[in-house]
Design a protein around this ligand. Structure first.
Ligand code: PEP
Ligand code: MG
Length: 457
């Protein structure tokens, strides 16, 4: 069990080997919940009564003390944390399940993709009947193996030349990541999101870790602590992240676009015509979008010329800032697809922090002030209206604009019904939730009628 106050991308290795994840802070769309869902692991977030003392390797709650190595069990459905070892039974997916799913697939209009960023996730996606990947969060790749060292070297570099040197070390590793995913997904679409989190998430937190990093990279401890200070933000979710990073450091997007297209060319040479959809995160405006799109497209075309292989690809954007919904018509003039990031879109439309709202939202539900947590089920009146505006304006300027959703709502039945009603092409969710999405999509098609999806593939 991994027990933390909250997790960040830095915990990805710990999460991948943990049987379950428990955090004191956070909610249903905070990092721990999102990643655990994708990995198919049990997780309880925002357990406010917990006093987690990481350095002492102990947690306390209700007068009980649990130390590293003691047994606890988690119930991810009810949110219970149980002292000791509960009796478990593995779920069975028998023949009836496959029959029901095949009936659902016959009638549904909505496509179902997976949020996946490893080979294991991609295999689970195929197993659970997903037609592609709707969100590959590339930041998770930056923590695999020892590549975090190159990421840190890139952040600590004093100039562009230094950053490019570190990025050159990351390029072959990223290419291998994409080759692994493409080999599983074959000709299915794979939506790959370029780097999204603020850079401070990649830097060491404690003084001891800073010293270690300084030694490893051959710089002074002051250089590391200065960089940590410099990258600190008052509100990182509204700060230097998403495509704003590429405005400051275009070489990061260049490296990622190159890795994707080089991998696509290599697969094409092997006879597999893979289909990457390169996705730019956190777009807010048209000029910003154009800057990022050109950067990616020019790099992609350069690689295609170098390799002499005509790899196919799309360039599109996440729509997760309310402003992007309003200017969707202009963005869609050159964007080939939109994917609604309803985690951030809920956070920004509602003015609710996805990491802190778990502390007080239950009271809102208890007092009947809101029907459901808007991070679980899409808030149709507000956030849903933003999505409608984005779709209407986007499709008006580009009739065959591909539309999907990749926020956590993509695996929740009432939100899937909403996505059907606004005629999206697909929902994307954690692979293990795909059967739920397939069933909900079929129920929506039966209740509200079928429609024609756009054909961009
Ligand atoms: C979103 O904001 O809905 C999204 C999918 O991106 P992330 O959760 O990584 O911010
Ligand atoms: Mg987001």
């Amino acid at each position: 069990m991994l027990v933390r106050n909250e997790t960040s991308p830095e915990d990805i290795k710990g999460m991948s080997v943990a049987r379950g994840i428990l955090t004191a802070r956070g909610g249903l769309t905070s990092h721990a919940a999102v990643v655990a869902r994708q990995m198919g692991k049990c997780c309880v977030t925002g357990c406010g009564e917990l006093d987690v003392r990481t350095a002492e390797k102990v947690m306390k709650a209700r007068g009980q003390e649990v130390r590293e190595g003691d047994w606890i069990s988690l119930n991810g459905t009810s949110g219970e944390v149980i002292l000791g070892q509960a009796k478990l039974r593995a779920p069975e997916l028998a023949g009836d399940f496959a029959t029901l799913m095949s009936w659902a697939d016959e009638v549904r209009t909505l496509g179902v993709r997976a949020n996946a960023d490893t080979v294991a996730d991609s295999e689970a996606a195929v197993k659970f009947g997903c037609e592609g990947i709707g969100l590959c969060r590339t930041e998770h790749m930056f923590f695999q193996g020892d590549r975090i060292d190159s990421v840190r070297a890139m952040i600590l570099a004093q100039d562009e030349a230094g950053r490019r040197k570190a990025l050159a070390r990351l390029l072959p590793m990223q290419r291998e990541d994409f080759l692994g995913i493409f080999a599983v997904m074959k000709e299915r679409p794979v939506t790959i999101r370029l780097l999204d989190p603020p850079l401070h998430e990649f830097l060491p937190k404690t003084e001891q870790d800073m010293k270690q990093v300084a030694k490893l990279l051959g710089v002074s401890a002051e250089t590391v602590s200065h960089a940590t200070e410099t990258h600190k933000e008052q509100n990182p979710m509204l700060g230097h992240r998403g495509c704003r990073l590429a405005v400051t450091y275009p070489e990061i997007s260049e490296m990622q676009a190159r890795a994707i297209i080089e991998a696509a060319c290599e697969m094409k040479k092997k006879g597999v015509n893979v289909f990457p959809e390169i996705m730019i995160p956190l777009t807010a405006g048209t000029a910003e979008w154009e800057y990022n799109r050109k950067l990616v497209q020019e790099t992609a075309e350069k690689v295609i010329r170098e390799k002499g292989v005509q790899a196919r690809y799309l360039v599109g954007t996440m729509i997760e800032i309310p402003r992007a919904c309003l200017v969707a018509g202009e963005i869609a003039e050159s964007a080939e697809f939109f994917s609604f990031g309803t985690n951030d879109l809920t956070q920004l439309t509602y003015g609710l922090s996805r990491d802190d709202a778990g502390r007080f939202l239950p009271e809102y539900i208890e007092k009947n002030l809101i029907p459901r947590d808007p991070f679980i089920a899409i808030d149709r009146e507000g956030v849903g209206e933003m999505v409608r505006i984005g779709i209407e304006r986007g499709r008006k300027s580009r009739g065959n604009l591909e539309l999907g959703i990749c926020g956590e709502h993509g695996g929740e039945p009432t939100s899937v019904e909403f996505c059907h009603l606004v005629k999206m092409d697909y929902v994307s969710c954690a692979p293990y939730r795909a059967p739920i999405a397939r069933l909900a999509a079929a129920q929506a098609a039966i209740e509200h009628g079928a429609y024609q999806r756009v054909e961009v593939h």
